[in-house]
Design a protein around this ligand. Structure first.
Ligand code: GRF
Length: 204
């Protein structure tokens, strides 16, 4: 059985969509565990409801990033997963961690990479008067938000958009593309990393 570990820090709405597709049989894999660095992450409750084992690893209990990452890597390794899915995991992972799980570690970033790496992506897209914005599922490499993109979701930016309305629209497309990218990886689909496919929420 193909094994997935999901790492979260918060709400876990993307986690929920992946759980839903595993439960419906569309993604033929097992979510072996959901790990959070915060005990109050709502996503932990979502996992419990789906009978998925949960683990909290509180980063404030560690002296430094390396110690936390080592402990996290050990826990992940104990499940021998095929894929590690970052779904709103709000921590930078150190290079040794990323290298250890190279090609098995994916993230979703709220922009059409390589545009708007880093934070405040919706605000920056609005300031630049972009006509389109979106989200990218990508492999994680040591350089931030720079790994190969697997799949992108595109949404229109509307005249009267606020940061919040745009963020909500991006979230909608995230919920479509993240489970789809996970499904592709589970099925070993040949990826077109040179020119990643795009899914449009609505015509632009
Ligand atoms: C998403 O917006 C994603 O782009 C970012 O973190 C957020 C997670 O949202 N990496 P949720 O916890 O899945 O609702």
């Amino acid at each position: 059985m193909y094994k997935i570990i999901v790492l979260i820090s918060g709400n876990g709405s993307n986690l929920q969509k992946i759980i839903d597709q595993v439960e419906s049989g569309n993604i033929k894999a097992e979510i072996s565990a959901v790990i959070s660095n915060r005990a109050d992450a709502y996503g932990l409750q979502r996992a419990e409801k789906a009978n998925i084992p949960t683990i909290t690893l509180d980063h404030t209990q560690f002296t430094d990033r390396e110690a936390f990452d080592q402990s996290l890597a050990q826990i992940i390794d104990s499940f021998s997963p095929n894929l590690i899915v970052l779904a709103g995991f709000m921590r930078i992972l150190s290079d040794p961690f990323v290298e250890q799980f190279q090609n098995k570690l994916i993230n979703i970033h709220p922009s059409l990479l390589p545009k708007y790496k880093g934070l405040h992506t919706h605000k920056r897209a609005l300031e630049d008067k972009q006509k389109e914005h979106g989200a990218s599922v990508h492999f994680v490499i040591p350089e931030l938000d720079a790994g190969n993109v697997i799949l992108q979701g595109v949404v229109p930016v509307k005249e009267d958009d606020t940061e919040e309305s745009l963020a909500n629209r991006v979230h909608q497309i995230e919920h479509i593309i993240y489970p789809k990218a996970v499904k592709w990886l589970v099925e070993g689909k040949k990826l077109s990393l040179d020119e990643p496919p795009k899914i449009y929420l609505e015509p632009i």
